[in-house]
Design a protein around this ligand. Structure first.
Ligand SMILES: Nc1nc2c(ncn2[C@@H]2O[C@H](COP(=O)(O)OP(=O)(O)OP(=O)(O)O)[C@@H](O)[C@H]2O)c(=O)[nH]1
Ligand SMILES: [Mg+2]
Length: 228
């Protein structure tokens, strides 16, 4: 079946192999420009499979998605405002714990996520044994092992992206609980946000967490809808 174009945001920590994955996916079919308003490079490319077209947008490499650097704002505004069908997070399997920090922040944005678990060769040579199925089960999203510099796992990522975009595989992450005290405040804020126009375009829980963190970007957006 020919479907509509699938839009993928490619996220990941610096040095996780994101460019290698992007090149494997899109080959020479790339376009380089700039993100509007900032001097951050924007790379886009297309790939296809079984008559399906996938547009891959390479997001800046970041360790997190706070509002403290232009790279992070670009990456998260793309996810929040453009609502890609799927986010692929390139994770360095040999630095799993550090890399999962970003994965969790993407999960909290309520967007379908596929983890491309790259550098599996490095993880193995350091004798890190990763139970991929267990990881996927625990966090609730598909995990695809890769060795991108040997072009291993690319097809599997494409297949998974299409399966998730078509609703054939669930990519609903687990909800991270902040404990009773903070959850109470999140609930309150969610209630306040629910009736504002902001809630139409953004996941209210994510907004509530960001407001509690004192996130300036989200704070600005909240003030804008309250004053107008
Ligand atoms: N051993 C191993 N090396 C890899 C793998 N994937 C990528 N690399 C290598 O890791 C290095 C970094 O890869 P890049 O694709 O440039 O990573 P990146 O995330 O785009 O890095 P920055 O843009 O600099 O943040 C390169 O030398 C790649 O060839 C992998 O699966 N295994
Ligand atoms: Mg790169």
């Amino acid at each position: 079946m020919k479907g509509r174009e699938v839009v993928v945001g490619l996220a990941g920590n610096p040095n996780s192999g994101k460019t290698t994955v992007f090149n494997n996916l899109t080959g020479a079919r790339q376009h380089v420009g700039n993100w509007p308003g900032v001097t951050v490079e924007k790379k886009e490319g297309v790939c296809g499979k079984g008559g399906r077209s996938i547009r891959v947008v390479d997001l800046p490499g970041t360790y997190s998605l706070t509002a403290y650097s232009p790279d992070e704002v670009v990456a998260r505004n793309f996810i929040i405002d453009e609502k890609p069908d799927v986010v692929v997070d390139v994770v360095d399997a040999s630095n799993l714990e550090r890399n999962l920090y970003l994965a969790i922040q993407i999960m909290e944005m309520g967007v379908p996520l596929v983890i491309a678990l790259n550098m599996m060769d490095q993880a193995e040579s350091r004798e890190h044994r990763i139970d991929v199925a267990a990881l996927s089960r625990e966090i609730g999203v598909p995990v695809v092992p890769m060795v991108a510099n040997r072009n291993k796992g690319t097809d599997e990522v494409v297949d998974m992206v299409i399966a998730v975009a078509d609703g054939k595989v669930e990519a609903k992450s687990v909800r991270i609980s902040y404990g009773r005290e903070i959850e109470k405040e999140i609930d309150k804020l969610e209630g306040l946000i629910a009736d504002t126009p902001l809630a139409r375009g953004h996941p209210p829980r994510w907004l509530a967490v960001k407001l509690l963190e004192g996130d300036e970007e989200v704070g600005k957006r909240f003030e804008e809808v309250q004053s107008g």
